[in-house]
Design a protein around this ligand. Sequence first.
Ligand code: IPE
Ligand code: MG
Length: 244
Amino acid sequence: MDGNGRWAQRRFRPRVFGHIRGSSKIKPIVREANRLGVQALTLYAFSTENWSRPEAELSVLWRLLKKYLIREADELDRNNVRLRIIGESERLGSDVHAVLGPVVERLSKNTGLQLNFAVSYGSRREIARAARLFALDCMNGKRSPEDLAKNETLLNDYLWTSELGALSDVDLVIRTSGEKRVSNFLLWQAAYAEFVFTDVCWPDFTLEHLTAAIQEYSSRERRFGGVSAPATQNVWPNPVPQQN
Ligand code: IPE
Ligand code: MG
C-alpha cells in the first residue's frame, strides 16, 4: 500500500494525512476482493525497514491499525473473513497486541477470504528465521538436511505464511505509487507471481483499479518456467462480475 506520503505531500499536507486517507481505502478493497472470490489477500502495511521512520509517524500508523481493527471486526466476521498477522509480532507494542489478539481470535474460525496484514514484515528476515527453525528441527532430530534437498517446499512450513498452506503461493502482486521494486515482500512466496505496477498512489486506489489489475492478471499466460499452456489456464477462479 505504497504512496501515502507522496500523495499527501503533493497536496501540501503532512505525510500522516496520506496514511489516514490510505487507511480508509482498506475496507472497500477488502470487501471487493472478498466479493470477487479472492481467496487470500495480503496487505503490506509496515515493513521491518519502516521502523526507521520518525516516532510521530509511527504512532499514527499504529493508531490507524488499531482503529481499523476495532471498527471492522464486526463486518469482517459477518463476511466470514479470517485475519492473520505476518511479521515480527514480538516487536509490536502491547497496545497493538491488546487490540489485535482478540480480533484475530474472534475471526479465527472463519473460512472465507484469508486476510493477512504484513506488519513489521521483511521477507529476508522471514526466510532467515525459517532457516534457523529448520536447523533447530534438524538438531533435535525432527528433520534432516536431506529432507529439504528432496522437497524444497518443506521450507513453507517454517515461514510466517505457513498456516495459509497452498494459498501462500502468491498469484498477483499489485504495487502502487509507481515504484517498480519488490521491497522485501514475500520473496519466497511470490517466486512465480505476476506483477502489476500502477502509478496510482494507495490513497487513490479504487475498486476499478483492483478490477483492472485482476483483469490484467487474467490476460497473462503463466508458464511457470514450462511451455505454453491452454489459453483458459489463467482465468480468475470466479469470473469478474460486471460493475453496475
Ligand atoms: C504507505 O506509504 C506505506 C507505509 C509504510 C504505511 P508510504 O508512507 O511509504 O508513502 P511514500 O512512499 O513515502 O509516498
Ligand atoms: Mg513508500
